[in-house]
Design a protein around this ligand. Structure first.
Ligand code: HEM
Length: 512
């Protein structure tokens, strides 16, 4: 009898606490009543255990939940309230029409805070003066057309290395691993853009691996959903701090070398290749953070801001090239049409001579890349958004603290927006197709949004496109790509920071 009474009392206590705690996750408490619908959760943990028990990545679970709950739904992941928005018009309303209302980012977990030095990165900063200062500096110093042109030799140099590397790899192994080669090449471009320096391949690979580990450790983990349990995860925090130290150790020497070079006003040399002022880090040395955010930017912040550029730009672009090549390998007709376009534009000259201006004149290449983004958006979600204050969307309450997750994959899978959405058909972006005139920035309407839309749209989307276009044009111009006999490519998806091929693409190349 006593056991029954205790059990009963415990249930009542948990229920009351659960209700209190859910309402306290909104800033006003009243938003809870009208949250979008969603799967029923368990006390304390909400839907967290249900998700864990499925043993599938969240992106695949969301696919099923969308079919059941529709355009907007809520998931209670431990203490984290997540509102998932899946429908094109609602996404446009949130990101563009009412952009400022949803332009913030939610709270960071303790481990993420170690790497973002208290949210001092463009991608994680809350919507406010610090974000504005960092983003404006990024756009004017790294992405403005003059700078992109000024740094085009970096891409030329990295792409020449790339072509030699894949040729040698094919000679050694008999095939080329697409993803690892593209990652390395893009990473070398971004490191050079950040620090103005050419570094050895060995060092490059080391930095690439450290940054990969950072992405892994900062991916959502159990205590992020149940901060109550954080004290139980001291080991993870210790590991995170050790990794942060390694990240500092590999990037700080690059920063110090560059600072000395800038202060001495030297001319470019073998190693320090960009003139003073042309590297992203040069602009950060003198950047004044807005009053009240932090006194000064130091090495910690420099490491975070440069790592963000390298990490944000590497996997996203390399993933896209891999998916595009998968389709070119599987569909030789598309590859042939692309090859013919490239030759018609640049002739049979050496592929290293294909310029950035050339790839702008290749509409079919553009169509192949857009169709790849549509069919394989690198992330099925944007980065988490947050409302700047309690608001509503689609007639439901959106509390300020909630994670607003924009599920972009459905937009491009939706048969009401795209005919035969499962087919890979670049022609849809050519005359008469259902992709003609689509605005990939989502400003005029959302039919695809690989880079997001509105205030938080990827600030480097044109640069990302340039890297992809150049890599594809040069690789297809120089070589014919085939599947490895007896080992056809496997298009199964998995999640590794971006949605990648579960078994990386291996292909045979034959010089054209
Ligand atoms: C194919 C290439 C790329 C894709 C698909 C891509 C996609 C994205 C997406 C989806 C977001 C989040 C938008 C949102 O939350 O609403 C984003 C943000 C961002 N991306 Fe990219 N990106 C690419 C290339 C790059 C490159 C090359 C860089 C740097 C050189 C970069 C830097 C950033 C930064 C700093 C942000 C944060 C923006 C903010 O929060 O204000 N991205 N990107």
């Amino acid at each position: 009898m006593i056991d029954v009474v205790i059990l009963f009392a415990a249930i009542i206590f948990l229920r009351t606490w659960w209700r209190y705690w859910r309402s306290s996750t909104t800033t006003t408490g009243k938003g809870l009543k009208n949250l979008p619908p969603g799967p029923r959760g368990w006390p304390l943990v909400g839907n967290l255990i249900q998700v864990i028990l499925q043993r599938r990545h969240f992106i695949f679970i969301i696919r099923d939940l969308r079919a059941k709950y529709g355009p907007i739904f809520t998931m209670q992941m431990g203490q984290r309230t997540m509102v998932i928005v899946t429908e094109s018009k609602l996404i446009h309303e949130a990101l563009v029409q009412r952009g400022p209302a949803f332009a913030s980012r939610p709270a960071d977990s303790p481990i993420r805070l170690v790497f973002s030095v208290g949210k001092c990165a463009i991608n994680s900063a809350e919507y406010g003066p610090l974000w504005r200062t960092l983003r404006k500096n990024f756009v004017t110093e790294l992405i403005n057309p003059t700078r992109v042109k000024q740094c085009s030799w970096i891409r030329k140099w990295a792409m020449a290395n790339h072509m030699t590397r894949i040729k040698n790899e094919a000679a050694d192994k008999g095939f080329v691993e697409v993803m690892s080669n593209c990652r390395l090449t893009i990473c070398s471009v971004l490191i050079c853009l950040c620090f103005g320096a050419k570094i050895s391949e060995e060092r490059l690979k080391y930095i690439e691996n450290v940054l990969k580990e950072v992405m892994l450790i900062t991916s959502p983990q159990l205590p992020d959903f149940l901060p109550l349990l954080t004290p139980l995860f001291r080991r993870q925090m210790k590991e995170a701090k050790l990794l942060r130290r390694r990240q500092m150790e590999c990037l700080v020497p690059l920063i110090r070398n560059r600072r000395a070079f800038v202060e001495r006003g030297e001319n470019p040399n073998e190693e320090m290749v960009s003139p003073v002022g042309a590297a992203y880090i040069d602009s950060l040395f003198g950047l004044q953070p807005p009053a009240g955010s932090r006194p000064q930017l130091g090495e910690e912040e420099f490491v975070t801001l440069c790592s963000e550029v390298i990490s944000a730009g590497t996997d996203t672009s390399a993933t896209t090239v891999e998916w595009a090549l998968l389709h070119l390998v599987l569909n030789q007709e598309i590859q042939e049409r692309l090859y013919k376009e490239i030759v018609a534009c640049v002739g049979n000259k050496d592929s290293s001579l294909i310029t950035e201006e050339d790839v702008e004149k290749m509409p079919y290449l553009d169509a192949v890349v857009k169709e790849t983004f549509r069919r394989h958006p690198p992330g099925h979600f944007l980065l988490s958004h947050a409302a700047v204050e309690d608001t509503e969307l689609g007639g439901y309450a959106i509390p300020k603290g909630a994670y607003v997750e924009i599920y972009t994959a459905w937009v491009t899978e939706n048969p009401e927006l795209w005919s035969d959405p499962g087919e890979f058909r670049p022609e849809r972006f050519m005359e008469g197709g259902d992709g003609v005139g689509v605005d990939i920035t989502g400003t005029r309407g959302v039919k695809m949004l690989p880079f997001g839309a509105g205030r938080r749209i990827c600030p480097a989307w044109t640069l990302g496109m340039l890297h992809i276009n150049l890599l594809l044009a040069k690789m297809v111009h120089a070589f014919k790509w085939f599947p490895v006999p007896g080992a056809p490519p496997d298009p199964t998806e998995t999640y590794a920071f971006t949605v990648v091929m579960k078994n990386s693409l291996k292909a045979i190349i034959v010089a054209r």
